[in-house]
Design a binder for this molecule. Structure first.
Ligand code: PEP
Length: 254
C-alpha cells in the first residue's frame, strides 16, 4: 500500500479567520476518515503554532516554508531550526524556486540549511527543478544533478536518508500548466536512480513529491505514477474544498 505525503504550501497567503475555517473542515474530514497518508500544511511562520494547537488529528504534521542558515544570534527577522523544533514542526521546505529566485538562495546555502535541518532531526523537503529555458536546452538532468550534488558535497553520501525531494519544474509552478505525467514519472525515476548510485538507501526512506499546478482534476494521474510519492500543492491548497478533494483522492489510491 502506498503512503503519500501531501503538503499544502500556503506561501504568503491566508490569515487567522480563513485558517480557522480551513482547519475546522480539515479536522472534520480527518477525524471522520482514516488516513493512510501523511497530510501537512506549510503556513506562514506566525501561524505554525495555531496549526499545532487546532489540528486534532494525530497523523498530521506541520511544515515550515523555510529556515535560517544560522542557529541563533544577531540575525534580525530570521527563524531558526531550534525554534521550529521547539514548537513541534516536522518538515522544512528548502530551496523552493521562489527562495532561489526572489531571495537569491543558491545550492550552497540550501545545502547548509539541509544539513542543519537534518542535524536537528527535522525532515528537509528539498525542492529541485529546471526553468523553462533549461528544459528547452535539454539541461534538465544537469540542473537536477547539480542541485543534488551540492547536498552530497556538504552533507555526505547518506544525506538523502529519511528526507523528501519535491520535483518542481519552475515553469509549472503557479502557471496552471502542469508537467506531462510521463515526463514527471521519468524524472522521478531518474532522481531515485541517481541517488542510489551513491547511496544504496532503502527507497522507503526517500520520498519524491511532484509540485506544479496540481488540482483536484489532475492529482489522481500523478499519484498513480510508480515513482510519485506525494504532492506539494500551492494554489490549489488555499481553499479547503479543493485541498480536501485532493486529500480524498490520495486516500483512494493504493
Ligand atoms: C509550489 O509553489 O510549490 C507549487 C507547487 O505551486 P502551485 O501548486 O501553485 O503550482
Amino acid at each position: 500500500m502506498k503512503k503519500f505525503l501531501i503538503i499544502a504550501n500556503w506561501k504568503l497567503n491566508n490569515t487567522k479567520d480563513n485558517i480557522s475555517e480551513f482547519l475546522k473542515y480539515l479536522n472534520i474530514y480527518l477525524l471522520d476518515n482514516n488516513q493512510k497518508n501523511i497530510i501537512s500544511i506549510a503556513p506562514s511562520f506566525i501561524y505554525l503554532e495555531k496549526l499545532s494547537r487546532e489540528i486534532k488529528y494525530k497523523n498530521f504534521f506541520i511544515t515550515a516554508q523555510n529556515v535560517d542558515i544560522n542557529l541563533q544570534g544577531a540575525f534580525t527577522g530570521e527563524i531558526s531550526v531550534l525554534m521550529l523544533k521547539d514548537i513541534g514542526v516536522q518538515y522544512v521546505i528548502l530551496g523552493h524556486s521562489e527562495r532561489r529566485i526572489l531571495h537569491h538562495e543558491n545550492n550552497n546555502i540550501i545545502a547548509k540549511k539541509f544539513s542543519l535541518v537534518k542535524k536537528y532531526h527535522l525532515t528537509p523537503i528539498l525542492c529541485i527543478g529546471e526553468t523553462e529555458k533549461e528544459k528547452k536546452l535539454n539541461k534538465t538532468y544537469e540542473i537536477l544533478k547539480n542541485q543534488i550534488n551540492s547536498i552530497f558535497e556538504i552533507c555526505g553520501t547518506e544525506s538523502f536518508r529519511n528526507t523528501v525531494i519535491a520535483y518542481e519544474p519552475i515553469w509549472a509552478i503557479g502557471t496552471g500548466k502542469s508537467a506531462d505525467i510521463e515526463y514527471v514519472q521519468k524524472i522521478h525515476k531518474f532522481i531515485k536512480n541517481y541517488i542510489i548510485q551513491y547511496d544504496h538507501l532503502s527507497l522507503d526512506s526517500l520520498m519524491i513529491q511532484y509540485g506544479g499546478s496540481i488540482t483536484s482534476l489532475n492529482a489522481r494521474e500523478f499519484l498513480e505514477q510508480m515513482d510519485v510519492d506525494g504532492l506539494l500543492i500551492g494554489t490549489a491548497s488555499l481553499q479547503y474544498k479543493e485541498f480536501l478533494k485532493i486529500v480524498k483522492i490520495s486516500n483512494n489510491i493504493y
